[in-house]
Design a protein around this ligand. Sequence first.
Ligand code: CP
Length: 328
Amino acid sequence: MNFTGSNILSVEQFDIDSIQTIFAIADRMQPYARRQKRTKVLDGAILGNLFFEPSTRTRVSFGTAFNLLGGEVRETTGMESSALAKGESLYDTARVLSSYSDVIAMRHPKSGSVAEFAEGSRVPVINGGDGANEHPTQALLDLYTIKKELAYHGHDVDGMHICMIGDLKFGRTVHSLSRLLAMYKDIRFTLISPRELAMPDSVLEVLDKAGHRVTITDQVSGSSDADIVYQTRIQQERFTTPQEADMYRGKFRLNSEIYTKHYKPNTVIMHPLPRDSRAEANELDNDLNQNPNLAIFRQADNGVLIRMALFALTLGVADQIEKYECDV
Ligand code: CP
């Protein structure tokens, strides 16, 4: 894949080689993210960071990643504070904002909206989550984390067993991650959700076509040899009413007791965050916070590295990062 000038809209754009390219550059970003080194490779460049739906990690890590490469960030948050609330089209917004920016990161509640926006943009657009559809940068950071966590235990992505649990219908991170994992070999997927919130057929078809073993269930069983357990939140914002979401909250909790009972000792615990810590939900309990297999904060840290790599690639400066090093 030629990254320079390209939009990043879906994980479907990638193949194993392009994923390896991203991960190799993410590895090189470690000393900059840790403030051991400093680069000005994006000095003078501007990121348009447009978040029309709530976000903590994705928005701030996109901004942090751009700053760490020496660039500046202009943000808009919330639909109501943009001219979209006055009926402006995504196309017009994109035409205008792309002349103020060198690259744009965007989140929007409607599936397909980031691709629609990209039609009007004259600079690369990176999808920070479009409705229940995709979250490609989250999937990349999840896969990067999985690779590192499994390598620590001497294992590989090929042949692994992953349990995805919770709202698999509306959870865009599991859609993108499944599509990405489909590119690897002989993965076992155990998909645990209420029947009404099962993984969409469009994703299951990709896994089936790639020959992976998939078990669909509404019981937390058959997971005792899982290498990864990936919990998700009930995506209340995608339901018609909060009461509808209430019917599913708290059905698939993971805490220390359940973890010890259902999983092998080294199963890696993941969650894209935010986790819903209210008592009625609590899909990932705080009593696991000191468990060394809890990778949720390593996932969030890796998000900066992956987003730095994507900026370097889409802006065509990946081979100049070291050249523009400056004093820390
Ligand atoms: N994982 C994730 O997308 O988190 P935010 O909603 O905080 O960006």
